[in-house]
Design a protein around this ligand. Structure first.
Ligand code: SF4
Ligand code: SF4
Length: 155
């Protein structure tokens, strides 16, 4: 009991082991620091690879069909379960995910820890009917014949 008491009393007069957070600009993170995720939906192709490699499964994807056949895709990262391992970024062939050097991930609401992005996935073009295919073929043949004739006339 006595040694603990001595230690406790000694700690009362010791300087704190932690450093005070400085006023003004926060210090820069060390090179290679893996902080807040940045998602670039404009380059994402919705391959789902990032979701497959995320061990804590902290990503959620919603796919909302639109009246014109397109799809509204939203990918959301929940930083409260993210371990900042960078696997999602490393496996993204499109470089749509990066881990920034922002280490000040603080908030008071669950939404403060969500990183989300949305993009529109275009619907594939409608299939051509056999008649349309035949028409296109005929046009291509006619163009080819016209070109051959022109070349022949030129000598
Ligand atoms: S962020 Fe990258 S890995 Fe994830 S779905 Fe988009 S393209 Fe695929
Ligand atoms: S950094 Fe790791 S834990 Fe966080 S979303 Fe990416 S794969 Fe998941």
């Amino acid at each position: 009991m006595i040694p603990y008491l001595t230690k406790a009393l000694g700690n009362l007069f010791r300087a704190p082991a932690t450093e005070k957070f400085p006023k003004g600009e926060p210090p820069k993170a060390a090179p290679g620091y893996r902080g807040r995720i940045i998602y670039h939906p404009e380059t994402c192709v919705n391959c789902g690879m990032c979701m497959r490699v995320c061990a804590p499964q902290c990503m959620e994807r919603t796919m909302e069909p639109l009246p014109n056949g397109d799809q509204k895709i939203t990918l959301t990262f929940d930083l409260t379960s993210c371990t900042f391992c960078s696997m999602c970024a490393d496996f993204c062939a499109r470089k749509s995910i990066e881990l920034s050097d922002d280490y000040m991930i603080v908030g008071t609401q669950p939404e403060d820890f969500l990183v989300s992005g949305t993009f529109i996935k275009k619907a594939p073009p409608p299939k051509l009917t056999p008649e349309q295919i035949a028409e296109l073929k005929a046009k291509a043949e006619a163009a080819k014949a016209a070109k051959a004739a022109a070349e022949k006339a030129d000598g």
